[in-house]
Design a protein around this ligand. Structure first.
Ligand code: UDP
Ligand code: MG
Length: 345
């Protein structure tokens, strides 16, 4: 149930007891805890931040919902954190976190989720490719009872043929190689209910890939389509190499199917080898003594089987490297500093 008050709309029923104490509990809660947290990872995004903040504030102030905006500076080399600090000095709803180095988008998102205090947490990019104007719709869906409201990019202006092609190839690969279905175009722009956030916080894996973790956690989910505009300023932080690594990461962190493919292919090779063996034995007994053809087939088999073996050893190595990461159990990110904002202000 929602309570409408002059200072906003608050969720009631957080504290038990009579309606009156529920009401008082909700008001007290509003002072301490924002209802909606917006988490924004930013890596070298100094030119985007003021605009993101303006547009978010415009949208959120109309909603009459208590909120906080959390910027996570993922080890930027430019003035990103200074900008965050100056915005947060002016606006008490803004908090900022600076990671000690560049830990990557998914780690920065994790840092934001862990820091967020809202009953709902919305994650979005800092470059305005995730339009803040969509927030009312996400929040409305959440209020209808959906626990995960995820967005799907239907088109991206300015995305070249290469980005669209690699993106389609990626979703096709990951969906054929993984037991979960990831909706093509799913963006790291979504609203998560507190329950979903807590579920994600219980997943301590180092090889994080939110687009695969979200379908896994379940809960009541709904899709909201959107079309992504071009970046507001700056360049993409995902180079082609980073994107390839991200794609491999997505597949290998979600699925053991590539490992099973080795078993299946191995069984197939044994079967073919057996048939070919029968042919070799038959030739041995039927051809005249001294018959010695087969150089080409031997070399061919050696190359094929040797290549496949090395390829699958590489795949096992990739998994082993991920096991190594998990076993080391290092923290996902380190915080260097935080902006000082009185949480009760
Ligand atoms: N980002 C980050 N750490 C990184 C790379 C990117 O926090 O190492 C942030 C970046 O600032 C942006 C979001 O992740 O807010 C998405 O990055 P980008 O817009 O460059 O990716 P694209 O939209 O081109 O796929
Ligand atoms: Mg972007």
């Amino acid at each position: 149930m929602w309570l409408e008050t002059e200072s906003g709309t608050f969720l009631s029923g957080v504290h038990g007891g009579s309606t009156f104490s529920k009401f008082r509990g909700a008001i007290r809660l509003a002072g301490m805890k924002p209802i909606v947290s917006i988490v924004i990872p930013a890596y070298n995004e100094e030119d985007c931040l003021a605009e993101v903040h303006d547009r978010l504030t415009q949208v959120l102030s109309k909603l009459e919902t208590a909120y906080e905006i959390l910027f996570v500076d993922d080890g930027s080399a430019d003035g990103t954190f200074e900008r965050i600090r100056s915005i947060s000095d002016r606006d008490p709803t803004v908090r900022g976190l600076r990671l000690s180095r560049n830990f990557g988008h998914q780690a920065a998102l994790t840092a934001g989720l862990e820091m967020a205090r809202g009953e709902a947490v919305i994650t979005m990019d800092a470059d305005l490719q995730h339009p803040p104007e969509l927030l009312p719709e996400l929040i409305a869906r959440w209020r209808e009872g959906y626990e995960v409201v995820y967005t799907v990019r239907k088109e991206t202006s300015g995305a070249g043929v290469r980005k669209n092609l690699t993106s389609s190839l990626f979703y096709w690969l990951i969906n054929s190689l993984s037991p979960l279905t990831i909706v093509p175009g799913a963006a790291d722009f979504r609203l998560l209910d507190r329950k979903a956030v807590e579920a994600l916080k219980r997943m301590p894996e180092k090889t994080r890939f939110f687009r695969g973790m979200i379908p896994w956690i379940g809960f009541k989910q709904i899709e909201v389509p959107f079309s992504a505009p071009e970046r507001f300023a700056g360049n993409t932080k995902y180079s082609f190499r980073k994107m390839l690594r991200f794609a491999a990461h997505g597949i290998l962190s979600q699925s053991a199917i590539p490992l099973r493919m080795a078993t299946i292919l191995g069984a197939f090779v044994v079967f073919v080898g057996f048939l070919y063996g029968l042919y070799v034995v038959w030739t041995f007994f039927t051809k005249p003594p001294g018959y010695q053809q087969g150089w080409a087939s031997i070399v061919l088999f050696m190359l094929l089987i040797g290549g496949t073996q090395i390829f699958f050893m590489g795949i096992i190595g990739e998994y082993l490297a991920r096991v190594f990461e998990e076993v080391k159990n290092r923290p996902l990110y380190l915080v260097a500093e935080e902006t000082e904002t009185d949480p009760d202000s």
